[in-house]
Design a protein around this ligand. Structure first.
Ligand SMILES: *Cc1c(COP(=O)(O)O)cnc(C)c1O
Length: 385
Protein backbone atom coordinates (compact mmCIF):
# COMPACT_ATOMS: atom_id res chain seq x y z
CA UNK A 1 0.00 0.00 0.00
CA UNK A 2 2.99 2.36 0.29
CA UNK A 3 3.66 2.93 -3.40
CA UNK A 4 2.75 6.29 -4.95
CA UNK A 5 0.24 4.93 -7.49
CA UNK A 6 -1.49 2.71 -4.93
CA UNK A 7 -1.87 5.47 -2.34
CA UNK A 8 -3.15 7.90 -4.99
CA UNK A 9 -5.90 5.37 -5.80
CA UNK A 10 -6.65 3.50 -2.58
CA UNK A 11 -6.62 6.16 0.19
CA UNK A 12 -10.40 6.52 0.00
CA UNK A 13 -12.92 7.92 2.44
CA UNK A 14 -14.59 5.18 4.48
CA UNK A 15 -17.33 3.33 2.57
CA UNK A 16 -20.91 4.15 3.61
CA UNK A 17 -23.82 1.72 4.14
CA UNK A 18 -24.51 2.03 0.38
CA UNK A 19 -21.29 0.06 -0.34
CA UNK A 20 -20.24 2.47 -3.14
CA UNK A 21 -16.98 1.72 -4.98
CA UNK A 22 -16.23 5.35 -5.90
CA UNK A 23 -16.39 7.94 -3.10
CA UNK A 24 -19.74 9.81 -3.07
CA UNK A 25 -19.90 13.56 -3.49
CA UNK A 26 -20.71 15.32 -0.21
CA UNK A 27 -22.48 18.48 -1.38
CA UNK A 28 -23.53 19.64 2.06
CA UNK A 29 -22.86 22.90 3.91
CA UNK A 30 -23.09 21.38 7.37
CA UNK A 31 -23.20 18.06 9.24
CA UNK A 32 -25.86 16.99 11.74
CA UNK A 33 -25.02 16.49 15.42
CA UNK A 34 -26.49 13.32 16.91
CA UNK A 35 -26.65 14.80 20.39
CA UNK A 36 -25.74 18.01 22.22
CA UNK A 37 -22.72 16.39 23.84
CA UNK A 38 -21.30 15.44 20.42
CA UNK A 39 -21.70 19.04 19.20
CA UNK A 40 -19.88 20.32 22.27
CA UNK A 41 -17.03 17.83 21.88
CA UNK A 42 -16.63 18.58 18.16
CA UNK A 43 -16.47 22.33 18.73
CA UNK A 44 -14.03 21.82 21.61
CA UNK A 45 -11.76 19.79 19.27
CA UNK A 46 -12.00 16.86 21.70
CA UNK A 47 -13.12 14.53 18.93
CA UNK A 48 -12.54 14.59 15.18
CA UNK A 49 -15.45 15.00 12.83
CA UNK A 50 -17.15 17.25 10.34
CA UNK A 51 -19.07 20.33 11.52
CA UNK A 52 -19.31 22.69 8.57
CA UNK A 53 -17.78 22.55 5.06
CA UNK A 54 -15.80 25.77 5.61
CA UNK A 55 -13.96 23.74 8.28
CA UNK A 56 -13.82 20.30 6.67
CA UNK A 57 -15.69 18.01 4.28
CA UNK A 58 -15.13 14.29 3.48
CA UNK A 59 -14.26 14.99 -0.19
CA UNK A 60 -11.66 17.61 0.70
CA UNK A 61 -10.30 15.40 3.50
CA UNK A 62 -9.84 12.53 1.05
CA UNK A 63 -7.97 14.81 -1.35
CA UNK A 64 -5.73 16.09 1.48
CA UNK A 65 -5.07 12.59 2.89
CA UNK A 66 -3.77 11.57 -0.54
CA UNK A 67 -1.69 14.73 -0.97
CA UNK A 68 -0.09 14.23 2.48
CA UNK A 69 0.78 10.61 1.67
CA UNK A 70 2.24 11.59 -1.72
CA UNK A 71 4.16 14.65 -0.44
CA UNK A 72 5.40 12.90 2.74
CA UNK A 73 3.84 15.52 5.03
CA UNK A 74 1.82 15.05 8.21
CA UNK A 75 -1.16 17.30 7.58
CA UNK A 76 -2.73 19.76 5.16
CA UNK A 77 -5.53 22.16 4.26
CA UNK A 78 -7.38 22.30 0.91
CA UNK A 79 -7.98 25.75 -0.56
CA UNK A 80 -10.17 27.28 -3.27
CA UNK A 81 -7.14 28.28 -5.40
CA UNK A 82 -3.40 27.98 -5.57
CA UNK A 83 -3.11 31.64 -4.57
CA UNK A 84 -5.21 31.08 -1.44
CA UNK A 85 -2.68 28.35 -0.55
CA UNK A 86 0.35 30.63 -1.17
CA UNK A 87 -1.25 33.41 0.87
CA UNK A 88 -2.26 31.16 3.79
CA UNK A 89 1.16 29.51 3.76
CA UNK A 90 2.64 32.96 4.36
CA UNK A 91 0.19 34.91 6.54
CA UNK A 92 -0.39 32.02 8.96
CA UNK A 93 3.22 32.58 10.12
CA UNK A 94 4.09 36.22 9.38
CA UNK A 95 3.10 39.26 11.44
CA UNK A 96 3.85 42.99 11.36
CA UNK A 97 7.60 43.61 11.56
CA UNK A 98 8.60 40.25 10.09
CA UNK A 99 10.79 39.78 7.03
CA UNK A 100 10.57 37.25 4.19
CA UNK A 101 13.42 36.08 1.97
CA UNK A 102 12.17 34.96 -1.45
CA UNK A 103 13.45 33.83 -4.79
CA UNK A 104 12.93 36.61 -7.37
CA UNK A 105 11.45 34.09 -9.84
CA UNK A 106 7.96 33.58 -8.45
CA UNK A 107 4.49 33.28 -9.98
CA UNK A 108 2.96 36.67 -10.92
CA UNK A 109 0.25 36.81 -8.23
CA UNK A 110 2.74 35.58 -5.60
CA UNK A 111 4.91 38.55 -6.59
CA UNK A 112 1.89 40.85 -6.01
CA UNK A 113 1.32 39.36 -2.53
CA UNK A 114 5.00 39.79 -1.58
CA UNK A 115 5.49 43.29 -3.02
CA UNK A 116 2.02 44.94 -2.67
CA UNK A 117 -0.08 43.13 -0.05
CA UNK A 118 2.28 41.98 2.73
CA UNK A 119 3.91 45.46 2.97
CA UNK A 120 0.48 46.93 3.93
CA UNK A 121 0.81 44.92 7.15
CA UNK A 122 4.44 45.84 7.72
CA UNK A 123 5.89 42.58 6.38
CA UNK A 124 9.03 43.29 4.34
CA UNK A 125 10.98 41.10 1.92
CA UNK A 126 14.28 40.68 0.10
CA UNK A 127 14.30 39.09 -3.37
CA UNK A 128 17.28 36.95 -4.30
CA UNK A 129 18.54 35.32 -7.48
CA UNK A 130 18.65 31.55 -7.95
CA UNK A 131 21.92 32.00 -9.87
CA UNK A 132 23.63 33.65 -6.87
CA UNK A 133 23.14 31.31 -3.88
CA UNK A 134 26.12 32.93 -2.11
CA UNK A 135 24.01 36.09 -1.57
CA UNK A 136 21.19 34.36 0.31
CA UNK A 137 22.69 33.96 3.78
CA UNK A 138 23.69 37.63 4.12
CA UNK A 139 20.08 38.65 3.28
CA UNK A 140 18.77 36.94 6.42
CA UNK A 141 17.96 39.54 9.10
CA UNK A 142 17.16 39.16 12.83
CA UNK A 143 13.44 39.55 11.95
CA UNK A 144 13.47 37.09 9.01
CA UNK A 145 10.86 34.35 9.57
CA UNK A 146 10.44 32.55 6.27
CA UNK A 147 12.17 31.58 3.03
CA UNK A 148 9.88 31.19 0.00
CA UNK A 149 10.88 29.67 -3.34
CA UNK A 150 9.70 27.81 -6.45
CA UNK A 151 11.92 25.28 -8.20
CA UNK A 152 12.06 24.99 -11.17
CA UNK A 153 11.11 28.64 -11.69
CA UNK A 154 8.42 29.80 -14.09
CA UNK A 155 9.17 30.38 -16.96
CA UNK A 156 13.00 30.42 -16.73
CA UNK A 157 13.23 26.79 -15.46
CA UNK A 158 16.10 27.71 -13.10
CA UNK A 159 16.55 25.40 -10.13
CA UNK A 160 17.35 25.91 -6.45
CA UNK A 161 19.15 23.19 -4.51
CA UNK A 162 16.50 22.17 -1.96
CA UNK A 163 18.98 20.39 0.32
CA UNK A 164 21.19 23.49 0.52
CA UNK A 165 18.22 25.85 1.00
CA UNK A 166 16.79 23.69 3.77
CA UNK A 167 20.13 23.58 5.61
CA UNK A 168 20.31 27.39 5.40
CA UNK A 169 16.75 27.73 6.66
CA UNK A 170 17.34 25.35 9.57
CA UNK A 171 20.62 27.06 10.56
CA UNK A 172 18.68 30.31 11.05
CA UNK A 173 15.52 28.76 12.52
CA UNK A 174 13.29 29.84 9.61
CA UNK A 175 10.23 28.28 8.00
CA UNK A 176 11.03 27.00 4.50
CA UNK A 177 7.96 27.34 2.24
CA UNK A 178 8.20 25.74 -1.23
CA UNK A 179 5.61 26.16 -4.02
CA UNK A 180 5.81 22.67 -5.60
CA UNK A 181 3.19 23.27 -8.30
CA UNK A 182 5.58 22.81 -11.24
CA UNK A 183 6.72 19.32 -10.29
CA UNK A 184 3.81 17.72 -8.38
CA UNK A 185 4.61 15.19 -5.63
CA UNK A 186 5.34 12.60 -8.34
CA UNK A 187 8.53 14.35 -9.46
CA UNK A 188 9.83 16.09 -6.36
CA UNK A 189 9.10 15.99 -2.61
CA UNK A 190 10.43 19.17 -0.95
CA UNK A 191 9.59 17.80 2.53
CA UNK A 192 12.15 15.01 1.99
CA UNK A 193 14.83 17.72 1.66
CA UNK A 194 13.56 19.53 4.78
CA UNK A 195 10.90 21.99 3.56
CA UNK A 196 8.44 22.88 6.35
CA UNK A 197 5.53 24.07 4.20
CA UNK A 198 4.74 22.74 0.71
CA UNK A 199 2.05 24.51 -1.32
CA UNK A 200 0.36 23.61 -4.59
CA UNK A 201 -1.82 25.11 -7.22
CA UNK A 202 -3.86 21.95 -7.88
CA UNK A 203 -5.28 23.80 -10.90
CA UNK A 204 -2.26 22.72 -12.93
CA UNK A 205 -0.88 19.16 -13.25
CA UNK A 206 -2.83 17.75 -10.28
CA UNK A 207 -6.22 18.32 -11.91
CA UNK A 208 -4.37 18.08 -15.21
CA UNK A 209 -7.46 18.56 -17.33
CA UNK A 210 -8.13 22.28 -17.04
CA UNK A 211 -11.37 21.91 -15.07
CA UNK A 212 -10.90 23.40 -11.60
CA UNK A 213 -9.16 26.15 -9.63
CA UNK A 214 -7.79 24.75 -6.36
CA UNK A 215 -4.80 24.46 -4.07
CA UNK A 216 -3.48 23.09 -0.81
CA UNK A 217 -1.04 23.83 2.01
CA UNK A 218 0.85 20.82 3.40
CA UNK A 219 3.38 20.41 6.20
CA UNK A 220 4.16 19.44 9.76
CA UNK A 221 1.18 19.01 12.08
CA UNK A 222 2.05 21.92 14.42
CA UNK A 223 2.49 24.31 11.48
CA UNK A 224 -0.68 23.16 9.70
CA UNK A 225 -2.63 23.78 12.93
CA UNK A 226 -1.85 27.49 12.41
CA UNK A 227 -2.86 27.30 8.74
CA UNK A 228 -6.11 25.50 9.64
CA UNK A 229 -7.00 28.18 12.20
CA UNK A 230 -6.43 30.89 9.59
CA UNK A 231 -8.31 28.98 6.86
CA UNK A 232 -11.33 28.09 9.01
CA UNK A 233 -11.95 31.65 10.09
CA UNK A 234 -11.05 33.55 6.92
CA UNK A 235 -12.88 31.11 4.61
CA UNK A 236 -10.90 30.16 1.44
CA UNK A 237 -12.44 26.65 1.61
CA UNK A 238 -12.33 24.33 -1.41
CA UNK A 239 -15.68 23.34 -2.92
CA UNK A 240 -16.39 19.62 -2.18
CA UNK A 241 -17.17 19.22 -5.90
CA UNK A 242 -13.61 20.24 -6.73
CA UNK A 243 -12.22 18.15 -3.86
CA UNK A 244 -13.98 15.11 -5.39
CA UNK A 245 -12.62 15.91 -8.88
CA UNK A 246 -9.07 16.35 -7.55
CA UNK A 247 -9.11 13.12 -5.59
CA UNK A 248 -10.14 11.35 -8.82
CA UNK A 249 -7.43 13.26 -10.72
CA UNK A 250 -4.76 11.98 -8.33
CA UNK A 251 -5.68 8.40 -9.29
CA UNK A 252 -4.13 9.03 -12.72
CA UNK A 253 -1.38 11.54 -11.77
CA UNK A 254 1.50 9.05 -12.09
CA UNK A 255 0.56 7.76 -15.55
CA UNK A 256 -0.23 11.27 -16.78
CA UNK A 257 3.06 12.73 -15.49
CA UNK A 258 5.05 9.84 -16.98
CA UNK A 259 3.64 10.68 -20.42
CA UNK A 260 3.81 14.50 -19.98
CA UNK A 261 7.51 14.18 -19.06
CA UNK A 262 8.27 11.69 -21.83
CA UNK A 263 6.61 13.98 -24.40
CA UNK A 264 8.43 17.04 -22.97
CA UNK A 265 11.87 15.37 -23.09
CA UNK A 266 11.19 14.13 -26.62
CA UNK A 267 10.04 17.62 -27.68
CA UNK A 268 13.04 19.36 -26.04
CA UNK A 269 15.51 16.95 -27.70
CA UNK A 270 13.87 17.48 -31.10
CA UNK A 271 13.74 21.29 -30.68
CA UNK A 272 17.52 21.42 -30.21
CA UNK A 273 17.87 20.45 -33.88
CA UNK A 274 15.25 22.84 -35.32
CA UNK A 275 16.06 26.07 -37.21
CA UNK A 276 15.53 29.62 -35.82
CA UNK A 277 16.03 28.52 -32.22
CA UNK A 278 18.83 29.98 -30.06
CA UNK A 279 18.57 27.52 -27.20
CA UNK A 280 16.20 25.02 -25.59
CA UNK A 281 15.82 24.65 -21.83
CA UNK A 282 14.49 21.57 -20.03
CA UNK A 283 15.68 20.34 -16.60
CA UNK A 284 16.49 16.78 -17.74
CA UNK A 285 18.23 17.85 -20.96
CA UNK A 286 22.03 17.45 -20.52
CA UNK A 287 22.50 21.02 -21.86
CA UNK A 288 20.55 22.52 -18.89
CA UNK A 289 23.11 24.42 -16.75
CA UNK A 290 21.84 22.64 -13.61
CA UNK A 291 21.37 19.18 -15.16
CA UNK A 292 23.13 17.40 -12.26
CA UNK A 293 20.92 19.12 -9.66
CA UNK A 294 17.80 18.41 -11.74
CA UNK A 295 18.74 14.71 -11.83
CA UNK A 296 19.31 14.76 -8.06
CA UNK A 297 16.08 16.39 -6.88
CA UNK A 298 13.59 15.80 -9.73
CA UNK A 299 12.65 12.19 -10.63
CA UNK A 300 11.60 13.31 -14.15
CA UNK A 301 12.10 16.64 -15.94
CA UNK A 302 8.50 17.92 -15.79
CA UNK A 303 6.09 18.95 -18.55
CA UNK A 304 7.38 22.46 -19.27
CA UNK A 305 9.87 23.15 -22.09
CA UNK A 306 11.12 26.62 -22.99
CA UNK A 307 13.04 27.82 -26.01
CA UNK A 308 14.38 31.09 -27.36
CA UNK A 309 13.34 32.09 -30.89
CA UNK A 310 15.60 34.16 -33.12
CA UNK A 311 13.99 37.53 -33.91
CA UNK A 312 12.70 38.60 -30.47
CA UNK A 313 9.23 39.97 -29.73
CA UNK A 314 7.85 40.09 -33.28
CA UNK A 315 8.84 36.50 -34.04
CA UNK A 316 7.51 35.32 -30.66
CA UNK A 317 4.07 36.73 -31.43
CA UNK A 318 4.12 35.46 -35.02
CA UNK A 319 4.97 31.95 -33.79
CA UNK A 320 1.88 31.89 -31.56
CA UNK A 321 -0.40 33.07 -34.37
CA UNK A 322 0.88 30.31 -36.67
CA UNK A 323 0.08 27.47 -34.27
CA UNK A 324 -2.92 25.42 -35.40
CA UNK A 325 -3.36 22.83 -32.66
CA UNK A 326 -1.55 24.08 -29.55
CA UNK A 327 -3.72 26.31 -27.35
CA UNK A 328 -2.81 29.90 -26.55
CA UNK A 329 -4.19 30.24 -23.03
CA UNK A 330 -3.06 31.39 -19.59
CA UNK A 331 -2.81 27.97 -17.96
CA UNK A 332 -0.39 25.06 -17.86
CA UNK A 333 -0.51 21.43 -16.82
CA UNK A 334 -3.36 20.33 -19.10
CA UNK A 335 -3.91 17.30 -21.37
CA UNK A 336 -3.85 19.91 -24.17
CA UNK A 337 -0.46 21.35 -25.15
CA UNK A 338 -0.27 25.08 -24.47
CA UNK A 339 2.12 27.72 -25.87
CA UNK A 340 2.83 31.05 -24.17
CA UNK A 341 4.97 34.06 -25.11
CA UNK A 342 5.59 35.64 -21.67
CA UNK A 343 7.23 38.87 -22.97
CA UNK A 344 4.08 39.97 -24.85
CA UNK A 345 1.50 38.57 -22.40
CA UNK A 346 2.00 37.60 -18.74
CA UNK A 347 5.10 39.78 -18.27
CA UNK A 348 4.37 42.56 -20.82
CA UNK A 349 4.01 45.20 -18.06
CA UNK A 350 7.62 44.73 -16.91
CA UNK A 351 10.48 46.61 -18.57
CA UNK A 352 12.80 44.42 -20.61
CA UNK A 353 15.47 44.81 -17.85
CA UNK A 354 12.98 43.54 -15.25
CA UNK A 355 12.06 40.65 -17.53
CA UNK A 356 15.71 39.74 -18.04
CA UNK A 357 16.23 39.67 -14.26
CA UNK A 358 13.80 36.73 -14.11
CA UNK A 359 15.11 35.08 -17.27
CA UNK A 360 12.39 36.24 -19.69
CA UNK A 361 14.02 37.18 -22.97
CA UNK A 362 11.94 38.70 -25.80
CA UNK A 363 11.88 35.53 -27.91
CA UNK A 364 11.16 33.10 -25.05
CA UNK A 365 8.37 30.58 -25.73
CA UNK A 366 6.99 28.34 -22.96
CA UNK A 367 5.37 25.05 -23.90
CA UNK A 368 3.24 23.08 -21.44
CA UNK A 369 3.53 19.68 -23.10
CA UNK A 370 0.19 17.89 -23.26
CA UNK A 371 -0.88 14.30 -23.82
CA UNK A 372 -1.64 14.51 -27.55
CA UNK A 373 0.52 12.22 -29.73
CA UNK A 374 4.08 13.59 -29.66
CA UNK A 375 4.31 13.57 -33.48
CA UNK A 376 1.26 15.87 -33.70
CA UNK A 377 2.77 18.26 -31.11
CA UNK A 378 6.07 18.37 -33.02
CA UNK A 379 4.30 18.80 -36.38
CA UNK A 380 2.36 21.85 -35.17
CA UNK A 381 5.41 23.50 -33.58
CA UNK A 382 7.52 22.59 -36.63
CA UNK A 383 5.17 24.26 -39.12
CA UNK A 384 4.92 27.38 -36.90
CA UNK A 385 8.73 27.66 -36.70
C1 LIG B 1 -0.80 28.89 -11.27
C2 LIG B 1 0.20 28.99 -10.20
C3 LIG B 1 -0.13 29.52 -8.94
C4 LIG B 1 -1.51 30.06 -8.63
O1 LIG B 1 -2.47 29.07 -8.64
P1 LIG B 1 -4.04 29.32 -8.94
O2 LIG B 1 -4.62 27.97 -8.80
O3 LIG B 1 -4.12 29.90 -10.31
O4 LIG B 1 -4.53 30.29 -7.91
C5 LIG B 1 0.87 29.58 -7.98
N1 LIG B 1 2.12 29.14 -8.23
C6 LIG B 1 2.48 28.62 -9.43
C7 LIG B 1 3.88 28.17 -9.66
C8 LIG B 1 1.55 28.54 -10.46
O5 LIG B 1 1.92 28.05 -11.66
Amino acid sequence: MNHFETQAIRLQAERTHNREHSTPLYLTSSFVFEEAEQARALFADEVEGNIYTRFSNPNNSEFIAKMCALEHTQDGVATASGMAAMFLGMVSFLKAGDHLVASRSVFGSTHQIITKILPRWGITHTYLDTAKPETWESAIQPNTKMIFAETPSNPALDLIDLEWLSALSKKHGLILHIDNCFTTPYLQNPADFGADIVTHSATKWIDGQGRVIAGCVLGRQDLIAEVRFMARHTGPALSPMNGWILSKSLETLAVRMDRHCQNALDLATWLEHQPNIKYVKYPHLPTHPQYALAKKQMRLGGGIVTFELEGGLAHGRAFLDKLKMLSHTANLGDTRSIATHPASTTHAKLTSEERLAVGITDGLIRISTGLEHIEDIKADIGQAL
